[in-house]
Design a protein around this ligand. Sequence first.
Ligand code: GLY
Length: 427
Amino acid sequence: MKVLVIGSGAREHAMVHALRRSSSVEEIYAAPGNPGIGQAADLLPISVDDLPALAEAASDLRIDLTVVGPELPLALGIGDDFARCGLRLFGPNQRAAELESSKVFAKEFCQRNGIPAPEAEVVGSRDEAVVAARRLGLPVVLKADGLAAGKGVLVVKDEDDLEQALTVFFEERRFGDAGDRVLVERFLVGEELSFMVISDGHTFVPLATSHDYKRALDGDRGPNTGGMGSHSPAVLPSGTGKEVVDRIIRPAIAAMEAEGRPYCGVLYAGLMLTEDGPQLLEFNCRLGDPEAQSILLRLEDDFGLVLRDAADGRLARKAFNWRREAVACVVLASRGYPGSIHRGDVIHGVEEALALPRVTVYHAGTALDNEGRLVTAGGRVLSVCGRGANLGEALTVAYEGVEKIHFEGMQYRTDIGVDSLALLGGA
Ligand code: GLY
């Protein structure tokens, strides 16, 4: 097959890497990709939101399968455009992608289908938000309805936070139209878990479990980020996966089909494990980043065939095959991330890290400067992954890789996986 991967992050680099290991895949293109992806795929200089140009390229190059990494093109309707052109694409169409692109749709979908999720109210003004927050009682979570590059969620713990959040949403209008409607949601306490499946619209197969570290700083402190590290498998109480499938995933896939929006693609459930069982915090319509980096390194199956079968609505298997080892991923970020970042710092040591056994480095915000040097070009710059017989070993390998790499202002968490190791008793 000829495959086109859309996106330019470390998640997409991991997808390209998994496709390279697939015997069904002969040629890989990526749009727009990044310098790391460019070592494994032919790059097309087309942005992820230029849907006509992407369809034209897929058609001209006779691409057999297009795989979408980020949510934006899915929310814009790339699935529908490609279907109209007779092009095979893995990812939900626009109406199905509303599970991520409209938090209000997702909440109402859960309510009408009995999918456990925290109580919430939809508001459109400061006054309505205050009334909702008073009724639910602080703390609450305020969520922009639309896509806000992962930044449209604010946790409100006290009256000061509430005042600040109301200013952000209704006066600064920081999230633009995406914040026209806002969910005011009850705050839940528990362990967070990301659980992903691949669905063909009717049936689904779970991906390996993973743990994501969203806060910028060690000890789960500091601002929320896209994710500063991950490991797979996650350390979970036994039976959790079955409970999540039975209470959330299966009802969601069935209800989407029943509502005339069959869901084909990766369904990502962001969950809180509470005393009352798993509760759905959010759906995403794509692989998590950096969860994908850890998960896909463990996949033994032909990723190209899995995605092709799902896109064709015939995912005829019960489970995927996973390497019986652990993978840990540490994200190296630019100075200033997740705030305003510094670009153009020269990155040293990637080749040295890659020379280590069981280390893989995925590129995200990297570029080549006009002297051909690898430089920083985004918030999250590299994902350094280590494989090991167990989580402890995988973490050691990943951090050995991290030690080889350096750029001015480089920041990363030094405690990825430490909480999980404690649960395992230091394995
Ligand atoms: N790591 C969180 C996400 O991809 O949404």
